[in-house]
Write a new protein. Structure first.
Length: 451
């Protein structure tokens, strides 16, 4: 009996000894949960300004922060380019949202939080028309930003290519085409194809997509490295092809077609819709400056909607030049563009237009032909009857900038590594079962010996 009990105890002791051995071998330095870093980007668009507060773990994944939108704030009033005659007001307009940022970012993180302002096509146009006014607006905005306890990194006008690329980065990041969470909580690269991005802004339109083809114009080529992976990207920004500027250019064409009469028909407006405009509101942009007539800018012209879809399409097509091209392949206006492949996501005014057609007009939009049909229907409708992370360039801008922000060394503590923990669990299960089976056999053998 004593021998049997000793054998059982020895077996259990051996199991415990092996378990302790695995524990000792499996211990290692395990990272504690990292703190968060914060960043603020002001997206100064042509029609309005929006502030985005982002955050990401203080340690980074292959040198790029895993960024998420923390909060956002819409600045009241128009875009900062509208303050060319009163630059100080451009800075003042930002204060409400900056005060919100003081509350949204933990106080102890204020001094280490980078703050950026990036202006897009509205300021690009102002810089062309009046560089001094553009500089004054940026200086006023920068002066306001410097008053806050954040780490101000600058206020600048983004090039069209920068705007396009950062919008592409934002799109594919949100779709988890660069990186995503694995089922064990680790970050993995999904090896998915990226989507092209089309951004229809107020003053410009951007197209950006990954390509393996040769990019004949070096101005259109951007090399990116995100999460340790390199990307070759084509991008181009079509200045004066944003929604607001296209509408001004159309108005100018209609005025030209009817010799600048006091009353001019507008085939793209629904029947029954009329509006009076000053010439200055049409020819106050570099996009229409070359077509400016000799008439006084305070001259008033009345536009009358005629709802002629075919004539509207004809005038719109005249805004594009598909004939001149000095490269092997062009999109329009002589701009090089490699062969387009894969899927695209369209946002900004593309979304607002489709959303209006689907929600207000009640027409589904699935194909380009659906858009054409909807346009014809809207044009034929009289005016009386017509009655959540934001996609844009700002997130991509912050993702790119996190490459230049040092990672923090995470805290660590002694703990069991996951693989060894699994081995230990299996070992104890096997040991326990073996011990139970052995004990039962010993008990049965003991009973049979007594009988």
């Amino acid at each position: 009996m004593a021998r049997r009990l000793a054998a059982l105890l020895l077996l259990l002791a051996l199991g415990c000894l092996l378990g302790i051995l695995v524990l000792l071998l499996g211990s290692g330095d395990t990272r504690g949960p990292p703190g968060f870093k914060y960043g603020i980007v002001l997206d100064a668009g042509s029609s309005h300004t929006a502030m985005f507060v982002y955050k990401w773990p203080a340690d980074k994944e292959n040198d790029t922060g895993v960024v998420s939108e923390h909060t956002m704030c819409d600045v009241e009033g128009p875009g900062i380019s509208s303050y060319s005659s009163n630059p100080l007001a451009a800075g003042t307009s930002l204060e409400h949202c900056l005060n919100q940022a003081l509350r949204d970012v933990p106080k102890e993180k204020h001094t280490g939080t980078p703050l950026y302002l990036g202006a897009t096509a509205g300021m690009r146009l102002l810089n062309i028309a009046d560089p001094q006014a553009s500089d004054a607006v940026l200086r006023a905005a920068a002066a306001t930003l410097k008053m806050y306890p954040f780490d101000f990194r600058g206020a600048k006008i983004l090039s069209g290519e920068e705007e396009g690329v950062f919008g592409w980065v934002t799109t594919n990041y949100l779709l988890e085409n660069f990186i995503k969470r694995g089922w064990l909580g680790e970050w993995i690269q999904p090896q998915k194809k990226t989507l092209g991005a089309m951004d229809f802004g107020g003053a410009s339109t951007q197209i950006t997509f990954e390509t393996m083809d040769t990019i004949e114009n070096p101005r259109n080529e951007v090399m990116l490295k995100l999460y340790g992976q390199a990307y070759k990207v084509y991008t181009h920004s079509f200045l004066c092809y944003g929604r607001d500027q296209v509408l001004k250019r159309l108005l100018s064409k209609f005025l030209q077609a009817e010799s600048y009469q006091e009353t001019v028909s507008h085939p793209c407006w629904p029947m029954g819709y009329n509006k009076s405009l000053l010439m200055s509101s049409i020819y106050d942009s570099p996009c229409t400056l070359k077509e400016r007539p000799s008439l006084a800018l305070n001259t008033t012209v009345t536009l009358v909607g005629t709802g002629n879809g075919n004539l509207c399409a004809l005038h719109v097509s005249k805004l594009f030049d598909f004939t001149n091209c000095s490269f092997s392949h062009c999109s329009f206006d002589g701009v090089f563009q490699p062969k387009v492949s894969g899927n695209f996501i369209a946002f900004s005014a593309f979304f607002y237009t489709v959303d209006f057609i689907q929600t207000v007009m009640g027409r589904p939009v699935h194909l380009p032909s659906d858009l054409k049909d909807a346009a014809e229907t809207i044009c034929a409708t009289s005016w009386s009857k017509a009655g959540e992370t934001s996609i844009g360039w700002a997130l991509g801008y912050m993702l790119n900038l996190t490459n230049m922000i040092p990672a923090e060394k995470p805290s660590s503590h002694k703990s069991m590594l996951y693989n060894y923990w699994v081995i230990l669990i299996l070992l104890f299960v096997v040991t326990t079962l073996t011990s139970l089976v052995t004990a039962i056999c010993l008990l049965r053998h003991s009973k049979s010996s007594i009988i």
